[in-house]
Design a protein around this ligand. Structure first.
Ligand SMILES: Nc1ncnc2c1ncn2[C@@H]1O[C@H](COP(=O)(O)OP(=O)(O)OP(=O)(O)O)[C@@H](O)[C@H]1O
Length: 365
């Protein structure tokens, strides 16, 4: 009796993407199964042609089929790649940008810019092309965190050229306002500024475009979803109830506009006393982690409250770049960046490309 397509599909059912940890079938990566007599041809679509685990995936598929169907003849696994990890629709105002990641928080001062800056350099360290757009007009701290004190963007052929620091292209609203001028940003101004940064900056080819938002759920979030196809949002929160309450509001605003929650980062989770190594939970214990579990959002990881994080950030170099590769904190953050990449991959494999939304977010106050 010859083998059927259904039998091959069943044999492949347990095979998981080793990086993402979900099955290839669930991720829609098995594109085609052909059977001819006792031989089979299986087409597997990878997230990127440069996937470092492609031979592992190929071997796992072949092994699973042979184990489940001992009478099988030749097993050919064909690997293809989709338009590598494209999370935004083709007709986008940023055509060279693959993934737009909004980094948001409900409350101010929870470490959103610290997370944005370190995510940017960690992703660049992994070989990705990265840009940061700092739209936190209440306190644009990205230039300081990247050590950009004097340099300003230049203009070439009427296009603004971003400043490059630590291999990351940076544009901040802070480059365009005087340090001490009290600017009151109203809706139309916010919209116009974002429009200019989208249309008049030469961003080029970017894998991860990180948008550092001001805290809360105001005009900029509205302009963003109306202007940009956002791949998803990362929510930064401290563990305590009051910050989480605001984080919930930020989440429901994104949910009401269909923006995917790529994950939660818990910052200032705990503090290790440098004298006695005692671990204390100054802002409560694991609140953001529990919230992520409750809502079934990916929990990307947590970060301790640590003096070096503040000192390096204020000193103009993200802590990720100041630490040795074996350092626990650096590895902890590298894992957060890897978890984000996986979360983006899952989103891009399982959902349609992100698009600009015309809907107004609800519950934005
Ligand atoms: N894990 C941490 N340990 C120690 N200090 C931290 C940590 N995370 C952030 N900080 C410090 O806390 C301050 C606020 O952080 P940051 O500017 O990243 O927060 P934010 O949420 O972006 O704030 P804002 O509301 O102003 O946008 C900074 O001085 C930063 O260096």
């Amino acid at each position: 009796m010859s083998i059927t397509v259904e039998q091959v599909r069943e044999a492949l059912a347990p095979v998981k993407d080793p990086e993402i940890g979900r099955t290839l079938l669930e991720l829609g990566m098995i594109k085609d199964i052909q059977v001819s007599g006792n031989d089979t041809d299986v087409t597997v679509e990878l997230t990127t042609a440069a996937c470092p685990l492609k031979s592992t995936i190929e071997n796992s598929c072949r092994d699973a089929i042979k184990a489940a169907l001992p009478s099988i003849g030749t097993v050919n696994i064909h690997l293809t790649a989709r338009d590598s990890r494209k999370g935004t629709a083709k007709s986008t105002p940023l055509p060279g940008v693959k993934n737009i990641i909004a980094v948001a928080s409900g409350k101010g001062g929870v470490g959103k810019s610290t997370v944005s800056a370190n995510l940017a350099v960690a992703l660049a360290d992994m070989g990705h092309r990265v840009a940061v757009l700092d739209m936190d007009f209440y306190g644009p701290s990205i230039p300081k965190m990247f050590g950009i004190t004097e340099e300003k963007p230049t203009v070439d052929n009427d296009m603004i050229i971003p400043v490059v620091a630590y291999d990351v292209k940076v544009i901040s609203i802070g480059f365009f306002v005087e340090d001490d001028s009290p600017v009151i940003w109203r809706g139309p101004m916010v919209h116009a500024a974002l429009k200019q940064f989208v249309e008049e900056v030469k961003w080029g080819e970017i894998d991860y475009f990180i948008l550092d938002l001001p805290p809360g759920t105001g005009d900029i979030q509205l302009s963003m979803v109306n202007m940009l196809p956002v791949t998803g949002a990362v929510i930064v929160s401290t563990p305590q109830d009051v910050a989480l309450l605001d984080a919930r509001k930020a989440v429901s605003m994104f949910a009401s506009t269909g923006v995917e929650i790529l994950g939660i980062v818990e910052n200032m989770s705990y503090h290790i006393c440098p004298e006695c190594s005692h671990k204390s939970h100054i802002f409560g214990d694991s609140g953001a982690r529990k919230y992520a579990e409750e809502k079934k959002f990916p929990f990307l990881g947590d970060l301790p409250l640590e003096l070096s994080v503040r000192q390096t950030g204020d000193g103009g170099k993200p802590f990720f770049l100041c630490l040795d590769e074996n350092d626990e904190l650096r590895q902890r953050f590298a894992k957060i960046a890897r978890n984000l990449v996986s979360s983006v991959d899952v989103r891009n494999l399982t959902k349609p490309a992100a698009a600009v939304v015309s809907r107004q977010p609800s519950g934005c106050h």
